[in-house]
Design a binder for this molecule. Sequence first.
Ligand code: NAG
Ligand code: NAG
Ligand code: NAG
Ligand code: NAG
Length: 443
Amino acid sequence: MLLVILLTLTHICHSTTVNSGSHHFLRLPLRHINPHQSPTEAIFADSARLSTLLSALHRKPNLPVTSGAYAGAGQYFVTLHLGSPPQPLLLIADTGSDLIWVTCSACRSNCSATRPPHTAFLARHSTTYCPHHCFDPACRLVPHPRPEVRCNRTRLHSSCRYEYSYADGSITNGFFAKETTSFNSSSGRLLQHGGLAFGCGFKISGPSVSGPGFHGAQGVMGLGRGPISFVTQIGRRFGNKFSYCLQDYTIIPPPTSYLLIGTGAGNSRMRYTPLQTSPLSSPFYYIGIQNVYVDNVRLRVSPSVWSLDKSGNGGTIVDSGTTLTFLPDAAYRHVLAAFRRRVKLATADGSPPNFDLCYNVSGVERPRVPRLSFELVGNSRFTPPVGNYFIDTAEDVKCFALQPVTSPDGFSVIGNLMQQGFLFEFDIGRSRLGFSRTGCSRS
Ligand SMILES: *[C@@H]1O[C@H](CO)[C@@H](O)[C@H](O)[C@H]1NC(C)=O
Ligand SMILES: *[C@@H]1O[C@H](CO)[C@@H](O)[C@H](O)[C@H]1NC(C)=O
Ligand SMILES: *[C@@H]1O[C@H](CO)[C@@H](O)[C@H](O)[C@H]1NC(C)=O
Ligand SMILES: *[C@@H]1O[C@H](CO)[C@@H](O)[C@H](O)[C@H]1NC(C)=O
């Protein structure tokens, strides 16, 4: 029955006219979803996310590995305007996956009775909505529901179906389609881009992608490295680059963070490290850590601990959808021991579970905390501010917020908290990641 309703949604697609012109970048505000998330909630959500990323990475080889897929800890919202006329939709900005998908509705009239405005993309209210045909090469870029429906290339209404499953059993299932998307350009003009491939999700269930765990978002904007990601599709017009600066969201009122597609944010103080490629064609942005320092003292961690091996295990990814930072267990133990030796503060009573090191800073004006820094491939040093890894968990209690990677085939993650206050430039064209402590205010 559902299928019958959905199939009637397909129609002959009109070609879309799209304005062009030269634009250097698009600037989309990023909003932090959950400023009051407790550190324990963050750990819980992060573990769900990591198991999802890992299962997506080791997806069976006969399925296209096109997405790490979202789950759990998404923190930053971005608004995408989809359709003609444009419908605003709130999506989670995710560098750990590459599909763009939104909650769709086939509702034709009186839609607000069943769907509060802007809680779903109303495909029938757009003149430019167009499902890909199942025979279209683009359809091979997404995983299909099982059992797979045989594609009949001569039939007009054989739409491309997609299905993503998450590690916790959540799914998003629907049509892989094309739509026109609109932006306000940096010069204030309305800019349209036709034929953006996205998943129009009609069957969405599970804690990762619905309900409070999804924080009211209507989908995910995949910013990963695959052919169907938002940055790959849109970025072609903007020099294959995007950047963002995540501002400290504990500041009241929180400063706005921006996602910039295209050039425009770079600066001369930018340091670069090459993006590494995984043998599994994963959407993740891998970087190489060579050494870790605590107060400028290099820790004796074997370089192999950090490496991304030939089977795609290990390595380090930069992920906007994970809150905390995860290091390989062997490295984590060394860092923890170095901190334990150097911090001269009273330990806190009844520390929150899952944090190994918490201090009572009651009455301490400016607690002295060692500086952590990472030496990256390409001879660049990433030295985050202390607040990126030493966080308030209760009044007068500060905890060391790094976490160990427990899975043997797991990878390290530079989470969004560790990225705060830096301008990050994902230069896909030149396969490198730039970062700079200056430039956030201008981005
Ligand atoms: C839509 O709403 C109007 C006014 O509330 C009502 O008259 C009409 O029957 C509704 N149409 C449908 C299809 O429910
Ligand atoms: C494909 O669709 C056409 C037209 O509906 C039909 O005639 C044909 O038998 C179908 N082929 C298969 C293999 O189902
Ligand atoms: C462009 O900006 C105007 C005014 O701020 C706003 O109303 C409109 O929704 C924006 N459109 C898009 C596509 O972002
Ligand atoms: C922190 O220290 C103060 C003063 O010594 C004490 O009153 C408080 O209970 C301690 N809190 C924790 C969580 O250890």
